[in-house]
Ligand binder design. Structure first.
Ligand SMILES: Nc1ncnc2c1ncn2[C@@H]1O[C@H](COP(=O)(O)OP(=O)(O)OP(=O)(O)O)[C@@H](O)[C@H]1O
Length: 211
Protein backbone atom coordinates (compact mmCIF):
# COMPACT_ATOMS: atom_id res chain seq x y z
CA UNK A 1 0.00 0.00 0.00
CA UNK A 2 1.43 3.41 -0.97
CA UNK A 3 0.58 6.73 0.54
CA UNK A 4 2.18 9.62 2.36
CA UNK A 5 2.01 10.35 6.07
CA UNK A 6 0.45 13.61 7.26
CA UNK A 7 1.44 15.47 10.39
CA UNK A 8 -0.28 18.60 11.69
CA UNK A 9 0.88 20.64 14.68
CA UNK A 10 -1.02 23.54 16.25
CA UNK A 11 -2.85 24.32 13.01
CA UNK A 12 -5.04 27.42 13.18
CA UNK A 13 -7.01 28.74 10.20
CA UNK A 14 -8.86 32.02 10.14
CA UNK A 15 -11.39 33.60 7.83
CA UNK A 16 -10.77 37.22 8.78
CA UNK A 17 -11.62 37.41 12.46
CA UNK A 18 -13.35 34.02 12.52
CA UNK A 19 -11.16 31.17 13.77
CA UNK A 20 -12.47 28.26 11.69
CA UNK A 21 -9.80 25.73 12.76
CA UNK A 22 -8.39 25.87 16.31
CA UNK A 23 -5.15 24.25 17.39
CA UNK A 24 -5.43 21.03 15.44
CA UNK A 25 -2.84 18.31 16.08
CA UNK A 26 -3.14 15.23 13.92
CA UNK A 27 -0.99 12.33 12.77
CA UNK A 28 -2.05 10.11 9.90
CA UNK A 29 0.09 7.15 8.87
CA UNK A 30 0.93 6.43 5.24
CA UNK A 31 -1.93 4.51 3.62
CA UNK A 32 -4.47 5.23 6.37
CA UNK A 33 -8.05 6.09 5.43
CA UNK A 34 -9.51 8.79 7.64
CA UNK A 35 -13.09 10.11 7.63
CA UNK A 36 -13.57 13.67 8.82
CA UNK A 37 -17.11 14.22 10.04
CA UNK A 38 -18.81 16.95 12.05
CA UNK A 39 -21.41 19.66 12.01
CA UNK A 40 -21.86 22.15 9.18
CA UNK A 41 -19.47 25.07 9.40
CA UNK A 42 -17.14 23.33 11.87
CA UNK A 43 -13.99 23.85 9.76
CA UNK A 44 -13.55 20.61 7.76
CA UNK A 45 -13.29 22.17 4.29
CA UNK A 46 -11.01 24.90 5.61
CA UNK A 47 -8.63 22.29 7.06
CA UNK A 48 -8.45 20.32 3.79
CA UNK A 49 -7.82 23.52 1.85
CA UNK A 50 -5.02 24.41 4.28
CA UNK A 51 -3.29 21.08 3.50
CA UNK A 52 -3.42 22.03 -0.19
CA UNK A 53 -2.08 25.52 0.45
CA UNK A 54 -5.36 27.04 -0.72
CA UNK A 55 -6.11 28.70 2.62
CA UNK A 56 -3.64 31.50 3.22
CA UNK A 57 -4.62 32.49 6.76
CA UNK A 58 -3.08 29.37 8.25
CA UNK A 59 -0.49 29.07 11.02
CA UNK A 60 1.18 26.04 12.56
CA UNK A 61 2.81 23.17 10.75
CA UNK A 62 1.39 20.80 8.12
CA UNK A 63 3.79 18.17 6.82
CA UNK A 64 2.93 15.76 4.03
CA UNK A 65 5.45 12.99 3.40
CA UNK A 66 7.73 14.78 5.89
CA UNK A 67 7.78 17.97 3.82
CA UNK A 68 6.58 21.34 5.05
CA UNK A 69 5.09 23.84 2.58
CA UNK A 70 7.54 26.66 3.11
CA UNK A 71 8.85 27.41 -0.40
CA UNK A 72 7.32 27.55 -3.90
CA UNK A 73 9.23 24.35 -4.74
CA UNK A 74 7.71 22.55 -1.73
CA UNK A 75 4.23 23.73 -2.70
CA UNK A 76 4.78 22.57 -6.30
CA UNK A 77 5.73 19.15 -4.90
CA UNK A 78 2.65 19.17 -2.60
CA UNK A 79 0.34 19.93 -5.54
CA UNK A 80 1.67 16.90 -7.42
CA UNK A 81 1.54 14.74 -4.28
CA UNK A 82 -2.14 15.49 -3.58
CA UNK A 83 -5.26 14.54 -5.50
CA UNK A 84 -8.22 16.77 -4.67
CA UNK A 85 -11.96 16.32 -4.97
CA UNK A 86 -13.47 19.70 -4.03
CA UNK A 87 -16.93 20.24 -2.54
CA UNK A 88 -17.64 22.82 -5.21
CA UNK A 89 -15.62 23.78 -8.28
CA UNK A 90 -13.52 26.94 -8.18
CA UNK A 91 -15.10 29.73 -10.20
CA UNK A 92 -12.71 30.30 -13.11
CA UNK A 93 -12.82 33.08 -15.66
CA UNK A 94 -13.59 30.71 -18.52
CA UNK A 95 -15.81 27.62 -18.61
CA UNK A 96 -13.75 24.45 -18.16
CA UNK A 97 -14.63 21.35 -20.17
CA UNK A 98 -14.72 17.88 -18.60
CA UNK A 99 -11.87 16.77 -20.90
CA UNK A 100 -9.74 19.71 -19.70
CA UNK A 101 -10.36 18.78 -16.08
CA UNK A 102 -9.28 15.19 -16.77
CA UNK A 103 -6.20 16.35 -18.71
CA UNK A 104 -5.16 18.42 -15.67
CA UNK A 105 -4.51 15.16 -13.82
CA UNK A 106 -1.27 14.61 -15.79
CA UNK A 107 -2.46 11.10 -16.64
CA UNK A 108 -5.27 11.86 -19.13
CA UNK A 109 -5.54 8.28 -20.46
CA UNK A 110 -6.07 6.80 -16.97
CA UNK A 111 -8.48 9.64 -16.05
CA UNK A 112 -10.45 9.05 -19.26
CA UNK A 113 -10.60 5.32 -18.52
CA UNK A 114 -11.92 6.09 -15.01
CA UNK A 115 -14.50 8.47 -16.52
CA UNK A 116 -15.62 5.59 -18.75
CA UNK A 117 -16.00 3.25 -15.73
CA UNK A 118 -17.86 5.94 -13.78
CA UNK A 119 -20.28 6.57 -16.66
CA UNK A 120 -19.30 10.16 -17.47
CA UNK A 121 -17.15 9.60 -20.58
CA UNK A 122 -19.94 10.86 -22.91
CA UNK A 123 -19.97 14.16 -20.99
CA UNK A 124 -16.29 15.14 -21.34
CA UNK A 125 -17.03 17.62 -24.13
CA UNK A 126 -19.41 19.61 -21.92
CA UNK A 127 -18.51 22.62 -19.74
CA UNK A 128 -18.42 21.56 -16.08
CA UNK A 129 -21.06 24.08 -15.06
CA UNK A 130 -23.61 22.28 -17.26
CA UNK A 131 -23.16 18.93 -15.46
CA UNK A 132 -25.44 17.79 -12.65
CA UNK A 133 -23.99 17.62 -9.13
CA UNK A 134 -23.56 13.84 -9.30
CA UNK A 135 -22.05 13.92 -12.81
CA UNK A 136 -19.58 16.56 -11.61
CA UNK A 137 -18.55 14.46 -8.61
CA UNK A 138 -17.96 11.46 -10.88
CA UNK A 139 -15.81 13.67 -13.16
CA UNK A 140 -13.75 14.89 -10.18
CA UNK A 141 -13.32 11.30 -8.95
CA UNK A 142 -12.07 10.33 -12.43
CA UNK A 143 -9.57 13.22 -12.31
CA UNK A 144 -8.39 12.10 -8.86
CA UNK A 145 -7.79 8.59 -10.20
CA UNK A 146 -5.72 10.18 -12.99
CA UNK A 147 -3.72 12.23 -10.45
CA UNK A 148 -3.00 9.05 -8.49
CA UNK A 149 -1.90 7.28 -11.69
CA UNK A 150 0.42 10.26 -12.21
CA UNK A 151 1.98 9.80 -8.77
CA UNK A 152 -0.23 11.55 -6.17
CA UNK A 153 -0.18 9.64 -2.87
CA UNK A 154 -2.59 11.65 -0.71
CA UNK A 155 -6.25 12.01 -1.67
CA UNK A 156 -8.22 14.83 -0.07
CA UNK A 157 -11.91 14.46 -0.83
CA UNK A 158 -14.57 16.91 0.33
CA UNK A 159 -18.00 15.26 0.52
CA UNK A 160 -17.31 13.25 -2.67
CA UNK A 161 -20.51 11.20 -2.45
CA UNK A 162 -22.93 13.94 -1.35
CA UNK A 163 -24.61 14.35 -4.75
CA UNK A 164 -24.50 10.72 -5.88
CA UNK A 165 -27.43 8.34 -6.24
CA UNK A 166 -27.52 5.23 -3.99
CA UNK A 167 -25.59 2.98 -6.41
CA UNK A 168 -23.13 5.77 -7.11
CA UNK A 169 -22.52 6.32 -3.38
CA UNK A 170 -21.65 2.71 -2.82
CA UNK A 171 -19.51 2.51 -5.98
CA UNK A 172 -17.62 5.71 -5.09
CA UNK A 173 -17.07 4.51 -1.49
CA UNK A 174 -15.57 1.27 -2.87
CA UNK A 175 -13.29 3.18 -5.24
CA UNK A 176 -12.20 5.78 -2.66
CA UNK A 177 -11.33 3.26 0.03
CA UNK A 178 -9.50 0.88 -2.29
CA UNK A 179 -7.05 3.37 -3.85
CA UNK A 180 -3.40 2.78 -2.85
CA UNK A 181 -3.03 6.17 -1.14
CA UNK A 182 -3.59 7.96 2.15
CA UNK A 183 -7.19 9.19 2.21
CA UNK A 184 -8.71 12.09 4.13
CA UNK A 185 -12.38 12.30 3.27
CA UNK A 186 -14.85 14.85 4.62
CA UNK A 187 -18.18 13.12 4.71
CA UNK A 188 -21.65 13.01 6.23
CA UNK A 189 -22.12 9.56 4.65
CA UNK A 190 -22.08 6.97 7.44
CA UNK A 191 -21.48 4.05 5.07
CA UNK A 192 -18.34 5.73 3.71
CA UNK A 193 -17.11 6.65 7.22
CA UNK A 194 -17.63 3.02 8.32
CA UNK A 195 -15.26 1.84 5.57
CA UNK A 196 -12.45 4.10 6.79
CA UNK A 197 -9.77 3.05 9.31
CA UNK A 198 -10.40 6.06 11.54
CA UNK A 199 -13.22 8.53 12.10
CA UNK A 200 -12.51 12.04 13.36
CA UNK A 201 -15.10 14.60 14.33
CA UNK A 202 -14.76 18.34 14.05
CA UNK A 203 -16.79 20.67 16.25
CA UNK A 204 -16.33 24.46 16.23
CA UNK A 205 -12.80 24.13 14.83
CA UNK A 206 -11.64 21.43 17.28
CA UNK A 207 -10.84 17.89 16.25
CA UNK A 208 -11.42 14.73 18.24
CA UNK A 209 -10.95 11.06 17.52
CA UNK A 210 -14.22 9.09 17.41
CA UNK A 211 -12.94 5.70 16.26
N1 LIG B 1 -14.77 32.49 2.45
C1 LIG B 1 -15.16 32.59 3.73
N2 LIG B 1 -15.26 33.79 4.34
C2 LIG B 1 -15.64 33.90 5.63
N3 LIG B 1 -15.96 32.84 6.42
C3 LIG B 1 -15.88 31.63 5.85
C4 LIG B 1 -15.47 31.43 4.49
N4 LIG B 1 -15.51 30.10 4.22
C5 LIG B 1 -15.90 29.50 5.36
N5 LIG B 1 -16.13 30.40 6.34
C6 LIG B 1 -16.56 30.12 7.72
O1 LIG B 1 -15.59 29.27 8.34
C7 LIG B 1 -16.23 28.29 9.13
C8 LIG B 1 -15.80 26.90 8.67
O2 LIG B 1 -16.29 26.66 7.34
P1 LIG B 1 -15.99 25.30 6.56
O3 LIG B 1 -16.47 25.50 5.16
O4 LIG B 1 -14.58 24.94 6.77
O5 LIG B 1 -16.94 24.27 7.34
P2 LIG B 1 -17.32 22.75 7.04
O6 LIG B 1 -17.10 22.01 8.31
O7 LIG B 1 -16.61 22.25 5.84
O8 LIG B 1 -18.89 22.86 6.77
P3 LIG B 1 -19.93 21.98 5.87
O9 LIG B 1 -20.10 20.64 6.57
O10 LIG B 1 -21.17 22.81 5.93
O11 LIG B 1 -19.37 21.87 4.47
C9 LIG B 1 -17.73 28.55 9.01
O12 LIG B 1 -18.12 29.33 10.12
C10 LIG B 1 -17.85 29.34 7.72
O13 LIG B 1 -18.98 30.20 7.76
Amino acid sequence: MGGLDVRMREVVCRHGRVEAVSDVDLEIAAGERVALTGTNGSGKTTLLRAVLGLHRQTTGSIRVGGREGRSPAEWAWRRRACAWIPQKPAAGRFPLLGAELLAGSNAPAEAAEAAERLGVAPLVGRPLHTLSGGQLQRMYLARAIGCIAAGAELLLADEPTAALDFDGQSEAADVLTSLPVTLIVVTHDRALADRCDRVLEMAAGHLREVR
